[in-house]
Design a protein around this ligand. Structure first.
Ligand code: PFF
Length: 484
């Protein structure tokens, strides 16, 4: 199959915006700000950045180099690079596949909120009531999930340059502008400063009454590690896939640094918009700060919709802008997840000497994801009795893994496949194929000195950090309580 049929990015900026699009997603908007506030504000940020520099950067660079060196998606890239680790690539496509089963539902919720903010412009749309109504309406949840999947399907169908790159080139700058508008609005609300203190001042979450007890250092490290991986789209095949579409002369270390910095910046910016608005609105309504829901899906869809509702008619317009920006963030991440799964089958077909069909592969992948996402959409995030253990007849003790379909899918992807995949990748590169096997790829388009730092991180820091992050993820998803 010739190069153009497989697809490639038209320019480095197109690649960068697409990789940043993959990284910037729901994880930045609802995950980062709340976790940062709860886990010690600036202290969390510093720990996050240290992990991003020593672990995130090395894994990001490895993935881009593996993809570009082999010119293949995750499954086939591992197969080409190592005999012993050839099966690890499958972990890297199970993870994005399972993530998509709930990401699509949450993306669908964004479509729903865009629509109800327009339709209800003059009536106003209350937050908690509208979210309850959505969660208890499986038909509507499935419909909006389908809508989200169709949008992503059409983008992926158009290929790397014509679909993914084009969408991100327009979507990412638009997202940035919308985010700035929402930040300005949030900061002009009375009591917004209280939210900023929650996010940035070390220890303020407890001092200000948001939470009872500060988490221990182990728990902060764990939260930061898990968040960093998810947020940077690591160990899920996405960056290997995008790397395989990148031109040979582009600078991989520089690109990796730009992606890590941009993703962190957007996460902080999202926090500057979301947390002050939610806190200001809660205080204005006479709530104690501990009662304001600042985490999870209800932050995005109940708490924030309530903020827009409180602004009157103008609130509907801000609601529209906000959910449109979250939708763009969700789409730009989802298309990288779909691509990571689909590319495996496209590459396999051409390895067998068959003519790969992008339309057929993308259609099949999207249909299977959609069918599985119907489970997640139907149980209303656990508000309807539809939980996984009831199907498998496993005990019903409450731990995140069996809380609801979303958490079930998240457990196996973010909790198991992702940290295990990253651990095995760093062992493979550090100790089996050796970092120097990627040096020629890393040096293509780059002439600085990075070998020593990269080799130290991938051989020593990453495996140790990944064992820890794996244990922490297992403990938190399965409720073992090892790090509390
Ligand atoms: N990075 C995305 C987020 O922060 O929401 C989620 C994600 C996208 C994870 C793509 C993994 C991936 F491959």
């Amino acid at each position: 199959m010739d190069e153009n049929k497989r697809g490639s990015f038209g320019s480095n900026i197109g690649f960068l915006l697409s990789a940043i699009g993959s990284a910037v997603g729901l994880g930045n908007i609802w995950g980062f700000p709340y976790k940062m506030g709860k886990s010690g504000g600036f202290t969390f940020l510093i720990i996050y950045l240290i992990l991003a520099i020593f672990v995130g950067f090395a894994i990001m660079l490895s993935e881009l180099a593996m993809g570009r060196k082999t010119g293949l998606g995750p499954v086939n890239a591992y197969k080409t690079l190592s005999k012993k680790f050839k099966w690890v690539g499958w972990l890297a496509i199970i993870a994005p596949f399972l993530i998509m089963t709930f990401y699509s539902v949450l993306g669908g919720y964004c479509i729903y909120y865009i629509v109800i903010n327009i339709v209800g412009l003059f009536k106003g749309v209350p937050g908690a009531e509208s979210f309850d109504a959505l969660l208890t309406n499986p038909g509507m949840s499935i419909l909006v999930t389908l809508g989200f999947m169709i949008i992503c399907y059409l983008i992926n169908l158009n290929g790397v340059g014509g679909g993914i790159e084009k969408f991100n080139k327009i979507g990412m700058p638009a997202l940035f502008v919308m985010l700035v508008i929402v930040i300005i609005r949030a900061w002009t609300l009375p009591h917004a400063a209280e939210g900023l203190k929650f996010m940035f001042v070390p220890g303020y979450a407890v001092k200000g009454g948001f939470i009872d007890k500060a988490p221990g250092i182990m728990s902060v490290l764990a939260t930061a590690g898990g968040q960093m991986f998810f947020s940077l789209s690591l160990a899920m095949g996405a960056m290997i896939t995008y790397g395989s579409y990148l031109g040979k002369n582009e600078n991989l270390p520089k690109n990796s640094v730009i992606i890590v910095i941009s993703d962190t910046l957007v996460a902080i910016m999202a926090g500057l918009a979301v947390i002050p608005a939610a806190v200001a609105n809660g205080i204005a309504k006479g709530m104690a700060v501990s009662e304001i829901k600042l985490g999870g899906p209800s932050l995005l869809f109940a708490t924030l919709q309530d903020v827009f509702h409180g602004m009157g008619t103008i609130g509907g317009i801000f609601g529209f802008i906000f959910y449109a920006l979250v939708l763009i963030a969700a789409i730009s991440s989802a298309i990288s997840l779909i691509e990571a799964v689909a590319v495996t089958f496209i590459d396999r077909a051409s390895a067998r000497g068959e003519e790969p069909s992008r339309p057929r592969t993308i259609t099949l992948v999207c249909i299977v994801i959609f069918l599985l996402s119907c489970f997640v959409a139907s149980d209303g995030l656990g508000s309807r009795p539809f939980a996984p253990w009831q199907f498998f007849g496993i005990g019903s003790e409450a731990a995140p893994w069996n809380d609801c379909w979303l958490d079930f899918m998240d457990t196996w992807s973010e909790g198991v496949a992702m940290p295990l995949g990253a651990l095995l990748m760093s062992v493979m590169i550090g100790w089996e194929i050796k970092p120097k096997s990627l040096y020629d790829e890393i040096d293509n388009g780059y002439n600085g000195k990075i070998h020593g730092f990269y080799s130290f991180c991938i051989k020593y820091v990453c495996p140790i950090a990944m064992v820890f992050i794996l244990l922490v993820q297992l403990s938190s998803f399965f409720g073992f309580g090892w790090f509390e």
